[in-house]
Design a binder for this molecule. Sequence first.
Ligand code: AGP
Length: 579
Amino acid sequence: MCGIVGYIGRRDATPILIQGLKRLEYRGYDSFGLATVGSAVEVYKKAGRISDSEAGASGLAGSTGIGHTRWATHGEPNDVNAHPHIDCTGRIAVVHNGIIENYSDLKRQLTERGHTFLSETDTEVIAHLIEEHYDGDLLAAVNAILPLLEGSYAILAITENTQRIVAARDASPLVLGVGDAEVFAASDMTPLLEYTERVIFLEDGDVADITPDRYTIYHDGRVVERPIELINWCVEDARKGGFAHYMLKEIYEQPQSFYETIRAGIDDHVRQMIMEADEITLVACGTSYHTTLAFKYLAESFCNLPVRVEVGSEFKYFTPPLRGLVIAVSQSGETADTIAALKMAKARNCPTLAITNMQGSTVTRVADETILMRAGPEIGVAATKSYTAQLAALMQIINLRCDGAFDDALSHAHIAIGDVLLQELHEAVDLCAKAEHVFFVGRGPFYPVSMEGALKMKEISYIHAEGYAAGELKHGPFALLTPETPVVAVCTPGPTYGVMASNIKEMKARKAPVIALGVAGDTELAGFVDIFIPIPNTHLLVQVLTASVVLQLLAYHTACALQRDVDKPRNLAKSVTVE
Ligand code: AGP
């Protein structure tokens, strides 16, 4: 949650910071702000989207600055609570991503000592604490206050009259970008893509002292060397490229991102880890949890491998007995609940593997090994190409455990994914856009596919949607079925085809309109549902992918029909770094 960005160099900082914040807006977009070192510390901050009021920042001068885009935790989104926050003198400005858990104690103590607070945020205590310790040396002041902070932070601080940024991280991500006589800092790599491919991923506990010409990184008070890594994304990957929304672009990129993730394969260490596992536990949240549930169905049936899946937020407090390999699945690699679960698994001496799209992210540093998905930057808040790339990684694990039995299916899956991108969905979209509630149902691996279809629908269209195991609907939700409540059912050939068809007829008998996804040419199914959407008649693994992509498109077009803000749905952020 929240994105921070910093620039120090020879160029005008403001446009670089604005552009960087726009790239980070997916992390939070209820307000934004900047501070630069001009004639004094100059601050501009505003509630709302950057594009609505960025012009107001054009007066900020200086080639050193920091910026922030917010997802509110402490205090409602308004101009005052927006970052940066300043001290009583206005000489120090701070942006922060994370949560200072002991902020109310610190705030009380600071108030007693005469400090005046302007905002309701936890972050403002940092500016006032630095003020108390600042005697002209910003690095020393930041070092002095960090031990007082409990919680998580990535911080950037500046002061008047000094071309210097001090950065610190603990449990919130922070990346430095190294340019030619200029240095960038950001919550992730996306704001850096325009300027440099050389990055440094700071570690928890690192403090960086940055000037235009050099950066020095300290850990426990000692200078440390952190490796410069090359970013494996390019700037074009992060542009909208003529599409109406990032989400649509990212849906259309799935043939490539799936193919690239399969092509990257699994390295030898990871292979060995997977082959040695006699049981696998997966932890994840949201969409990523749905991929793990699909994996469970597929791995248990195809490779007879015991799999348990756990929601990250539950796992930390109700940790099950653990045996075997633990896999954390997270596109961002920064989801607090998933990281906490991963750390617990490590504490219990389980071998751990991360599956993520984000090079250098926290899960890659916590886990023993990583499978890096090749989805490229995903900007739309709704996960689409990262979902299918996670499935690519997980399906490779299944394929490995089954001695390559699915080589052919996986190496051609991108073609089938490409085929469904052109699927006509007008009728289904019209039906859903008029509805107040939509149910999504399936059996086996299509149950998590349905859960994901429902999640996509609700998060971007704001229509209430539920994903159910098809057999469960009659155990309660049937009470909600009406002629105005569409049910989207995935029904493809296999052992559950007959019972699925019966379930659909039961729904039809309650007058619910049924939109069915079935394999092309299934005239029987097409004959008794209201709307039939064909997907290619392929291997089950590939059907899981194609059905998912159709449901993404259904949600996308429904949200567009309702004129929703598809890429930035209300109340959400893409990277959920708080518990
Ligand atoms: C879904 O579209 C969301 N973006 C959300 O459910 C997401 O999958 C969840 O927050 C977990 O994120 P992660 O994969 O980055 O850990």
